[in-house]
Write a protein that binds this ligand. Structure first.
Ligand code: NAI
Length: 344
């Protein structure tokens, strides 16, 4: 049996992998530690490793994995901004799960918006304390407002359809607009100017790093709501905090945060938080933060396990890797995968 090991594992990860590992004839060892230069040595003796969004898969980590005999990094997620592809190229193949449940993320984005706008989280706490006052709980109708969607891929597209169900007018920005769609595309600047609510659904790349900053915020309507379920570093958090303090932004729904790596997924309730920006953002009455949980549905976890194990099985059996990504294809450049089945 081929042996793989997991980094940064939580109990909810194991459930579906344990159910399916026999079927794929793969032996699994789970590590709770995150993957990084200091933990990569633990992969010695494993054919492949399975990693997640907050693992540090930089050149140093990749070199240690390579020296340890690891030939495959299987990301159990869609995003791969934490992988140094240049360092991995020609050494270790990288596969991912391109779409496990775009519905999970799109629905969570809407759940955050509804919760924050209608103050459901506050009402829940009040009524549990028999406080039936409505003071401070006023929201606004979504119907008729303009939603600006940045990134109209799988998740963005589903989110647009959800928004239409609420009677929101939707405008969108994507440098690669969908052909033959009825989406109303506008420039990023126009989207910032026209939207009452803005939701981010694009990947984190060097082009999108801090795409929402002080300059973009200055174009936005007063009291705009911003939803980020994509990657934290799409937003400059310092600029977001400044705009929240100036009361320019009406609300922020954040499932991701640019410095989340050491915090999210862990119980930090007994720890002093040294990140003053996050602590201040969380303290705002018009902010709701979830801990990178938009993906967390039963359907998504099932699909993640199935695709990750199938990616590993295909690699071990020498089959084409349809979900491989590499230095070349991640830049959009010509990559031999389409003809040869593998990126190198
Ligand atoms: P996708 O690849 O289907 O769509 C991404 C879209 O963004 C594409 O249409 C692309 O053209 C567009 N895009 C690329 N550069 C852009 C730019 N500069 N400005 C605007 N749009 C741009 O990806 P999918 O599946 O829709 O996922 C979107 C993102 O959601 C992922 O990259 C990931 O970061 C995030 N995500 C978050 C999860 C969570 O649990 N919070 C779970 C899964 C994904």
């Amino acid at each position: 049996m081929n042996k793989i090991c997991f980094f940064d594992t939580k109990p909810y990860d194991r459930t579906y992998f344990d159910l399916m590992k026999e079927q794929y004839q793969i032996e699994i060892e789970y590590f709770e530690s995150k993957l990084g230069p200091r933990t990569a040595f633990m992969a010695q003796g494993f054919d492949a490793i399975v990693a997640f969004v907050n693992d540090t898969i930089d050149k140093e980590t990749i070199d240690i994995l390579h020296q340890s005999g690891v030939k495959l990094i299987a990301m159990r997620c869609a995003g791969y901004n934490n992988v140094d592809f240049k360092a991995a190229y020609q050494k270790i193949h990288v596969v991912r799960v391109p779409d496990y449940s775009p519905y999970a993320v799109a629905e969570h984005a809407m759940a955050l918006l509804l919760t924050l706008n209608r103050k459901i989280h506050k009402a829940y706490n009040r009524t549990r304390d028999f406080n039936f006052s409505l003071n401070g709980l006023t929201g606004f109708d979504l119907y008729g407002k303009t939603m600006g969607v940045i990134g109209t891929g799988k998740i963005g597209n589903i989110f647009i359809n959800i928004c239409k169900g609420f009677g929101l007018k939707v405008i969108a920005y994507d440098p690669f607009p969908k052909e033959d769609s009825d989406i109303q595309y506008v420039s990023l600047e126009e989207l910032c100017r026209e939207s009452d609510i803005i939701s981010l659904h694009c990947p984190l790349t060097k082009d999108t790093f801090h795409m929402i900053d002080r300059d973009k915020i200055s174009l936005m309507k007063e009291n705009v709501y911003i939803i980020n379920t994509s990657r934290g570093a799409l937003i400059n958090s310092e600029d977001l905090l400044e705009a929240l303090k100036d009361e320019r932004i009406g609300g922020a729904c954040l499932d991701v945060y640019e410095e989340e790596t050491e915090l999210f997924y862990e119980d930090m309730s007994y720890t002093v938080i040294h990140d003053d920006i996050l602590a201040r953002i969380i303290s705002m009455p018009n902010v709701i933060v979830t801990s990178h949980q938009a993906f967390l549905t039963r359907e998504a976890l099932h699909n993640i396990a199935e695709t990750t194990l199938s990616n590993c099985r295909d690699f071990f059996d020498g089959k084409p890797l349809s979900n491989e990504v590499c230095y070349q294809c991640s830049k959009g450049d010509a990559c031999p995968r389409k003809e040869k089945g593998k990126c190198f």
